[in-house]
Design a protein around this ligand. Structure first.
Ligand SMILES: Nc1nc2c(ncn2[C@@H]2O[C@H](COP(=O)(O)OP(=O)(O)O)[C@@H](O)[C@H]2O)c(=O)[nH]1
Ligand SMILES: [Mg+2]
Length: 217
């Protein structure tokens, strides 16, 4: 048996990263498995290149999202939630606090990511100063110029993280930017789907660990 991390759902199958290569691979799922989310760790078998997930290992953490029908699991085994905002679109007042609450509920360390540092804006700058004063880690990055991206990657070594935040702030962009060092350094960054700022207790990102070649964190 081999260990594999769930990257995303592909209809009836999963996209997983099996050890040791962590190369994204399709994987069938035994019907008895409990529901799976990105970040879940599985025991899988492989025969003639066909992977089958047999067991889900115990989750260390579980990030959940509040929905009208109750809590919905979003992403497992994260260490850090990268709560992202930028000058454009201007920070949405109702979004960051619920993300902080969700991170704390899940036992994750919330880090604040001020992206688009190449385009200063007073609201985003004010948020960064407020979070710094409160003692939160705040990273100023620009996915466009590369400013601060390697420092963030370095800080993430050995951690699993997901970007969260409103659409358009640049959650996908820092994760997809190639490292200037051009090599993989261990740990897993997480790529995310979109969330819209809506009233309500928590809005999160669905996450999937980056494919290994693009993951330099
Ligand atoms: N000026 C600037 N634009 C950025 C930066 N990062 C992302 N963008 C742009 O912002 C837009 C949204 O980025 P994206 O990563 O798709 O945002 P997401 O919706 O949060 O995943 C895209 O047009 C990006 O090119 C940045 O650091 N600076
Ligand atoms: Mg995106």
């Amino acid at each position: 048996m081999t260990r594999a991390i769930v990257l995303s759902h592909l209809g009836h199958e999963l996209l997983v990263a099996p050890e040791p290569s962590l190369r994204p691979t399709r994987c069938a799922v035994r019907g008895t498995l409990p529901p799976l989310v990105a970040g879940d760790e599985l025991e899988v078998t492989e025969q003639d290149g066909q992977y089958l997930a047999l067991e889900r290992r115990p989750r260390r953490t579980l990030l959940e999202r509040q929905t009208p029908r109750g809590l919905r699991p979003i992403c497992a085994n994260l260490d850090t939630l990268l709560i992202t905002y930028a000058s454009e679109p201007a920070p949405h007042g109702d979004l960051i606090d619920p993300l902080l609450a969700a991170a704390f509920d899940a036992g994750l360390s919330p880090w604040l990511i001020h992206n688009k540092a190449d385009r200063p804006g007073t609201e985003a700058q004010g948020l960064s100063e407020a979070f710094q004063t409160l003692g939160f880690p705040v990273f100023h990055v620009s996915a466009r110029t590369g400013e601060g991206v390697d420092a963030l990657r370095k800080a993430l070594i050995g951690r699993r993280a997901a970007f969260a935040g409103q659409s358009g702030v640049g959650k996908s962009s820092p994760a997809e930017r190639p490292s200037t060092r051009g090599r993989r350094e261990g740990g897993h960054a997480i790529r995310t789907a979109e969330s819209r700022p809506r009233p309500g207790p928590a809005h999160h990102q669905r996450g999937a660990p980056l494919p290994p070649r693009r993951d330099t964190c």
